[in-house]
Design a protein around this ligand. Structure first.
Ligand SMILES: *Cc1c(COP(=O)(O)O)cnc(C)c1O
Length: 385
């Protein structure tokens, strides 16, 4: 047999964290102890009351059948109430909301609904890799928008060429941002909507970290006037409620955009498990108490980690949201070389910034996904290198 993979698989960029993963596995085999602060997956369990709600829902035999493709009416109604209470955004549960099997799925499938071969998507750099792989799988082309520290890690629309903006059909935005932990304000979103309307571009807003914040609650781009003409927003319970394993999220906003994504999904998957949707409803109905306790933990971790890193001579902006620290490598070292040295010499995994895109070179990302004591010890070790 001589099976060859499709061109789209051949076109996948080399997995940039592979080197670190290989090295980590090699050291683990030698019996070395490794502390992994590289992953974007909360170490904390899902809050107990959400698990209880899911346990009840498991016994409901209605949940044993195929779920509704677009999400149960209860789920869509709950999402609409949550968007109203949390973001002051009105959404019609009938046609402006669908469930997702985690937001990654929606992010990855969206280009298939709206891009033709050769169509352009504007992708932030550095960023979550699914924006560009989803674009490539749909036959589209990614143009990178650098996220620079001097612009608070927001794309600078004024510096994008008119040609780039004219070609673009889709733009991905992600605030609170992974990996830079930056947040977006009203005036940035206002500008984004202005450009999207001027150049007829769909805005896909990835808000996976909307509840992981330490100052003001992040706003939704959908709360701006006229946003619904151009915006589809993808949100998720994964990070906000420590539910990465449950696979539940939602796409909301412009009716045509939600419907287009829904059509792709109807033909590929059969919806999110009903019991998981019920558990998500519990979480969203009780989001204030549940997310306060989660934020509290990150707030003390953030303080401990920041203190130890500052003592060690690192200079950085304290994250206002997400559970990531985005820090310049010492002495301008390359991010890969620094991450590798840290792993081999000290047994600590951090993520090299360049893995998220060229503009991530010179940075590394630490996840606050370990307890306070571990984090401050790790920071001391990082500073000693
Ligand atoms: C984790 C993450 C997601 C996806 O989370 P799901 O578990 O698929 O909902 C989406 N965007 C960013 C930026 C993330 O870091």
């Amino acid at each position: 047999m001589n099976f060859t993979v499709s061109n789209r698989l051949k076109k996948l960029p080399p997995y940039l964290f592979a080197e670190i993963d290989d090295e980590k596995n090699r050291l683990l085999k030698q019996g070395r102890k490794i502390l992994d602060l590289g992953i974007g997956d909360p170490d904390l369990p899902t809050p107990e009351p959400i698990i209880d709600a899911a346990a009840d829902a498991l016994h409901n035999s209605k949940n044993h059948c195929y779920p509704s493709y677009k999400g149960s009416s209860k789920f869509r109604k709950t999402v609409s109430e949550w968007y109203k209470n949390r973001f002051n955004v009105e959404l019609n549960p009938e046609n402006e909301i669908i469930s997702l099997i985690g937001s990654k799925e929606g992010i990855g499938h969206l280009p298939m609904a709206f891009l033709n071969t050769g169509d352009v998507a504007l992708i932030p750099d550095p960023s979550y890799p699914v924006y560009s792989t989803g674009t490539m799988f749909a036959g589209g082309v990614s143009y990178k928008m650098p996220l620079l520290e001097k612009n608070n890690f927001l794309p600078d629309f004024e510096t994008l060429s008119a040609d780039m903006l004219e070609k673009a059909k889709l733009i991905y935005l992600n605030y609170p941002n992974n990996p830079t932990s930056a947040i977006a304000d009203y005036s940035f979103y206002e500008k984004a909507i202005f450009y999207a309307k001027k150049y007829n571009i769909i805005i896909a807003s990835d808000q996976a970290y909307s509840e992981i914040y330490y100052k003001k609650p992040p706003i939704s781009i959908l709360s701006l006037p006229g946003a619904k003409d151009v915006v589809i927003e993808l949100n998720s319970l994964s990070k906000s409620f420590n539910m990465t394993g449950w696979r539940i999220g939602m796409a909301v906003g412009n009716k045509k955009l939600v419907e287009g994504l829904g059509k792709i999904k109807t033909n590929l998957d059969s919806g999110a498990f009903g019991a998981v949707q019920d558990a998500a409803c519990y979480a969203l109905n009780n989001y204030e108490q549940l997310s306060i306790s989660i934020r509290k933990i990150y707030i003390s971790r953030r303080a401990k980690l920041a203190e130890a890193l500052r003592k060690g001579g690192f200079n950085f902006k304290l994250p206002e949201a997400t559970f990531y620290f985005w820090i310049k490598t010492p002495d301008g070292r390359s991010s890969k070389e620094f991450a590798k040295a840290l792993l081999v010499d000290k047994g600590i995994v951090v993520t090299p910034g360049v893995g998220f895109g060229e503009s991530g070179e010179g940075y590394f990302r630490i996840s606050m996904t370990a307890d306070e004591k571990t984090l401050s010890e790790a920071a001391k070790t990082i500073a000693s290198i």
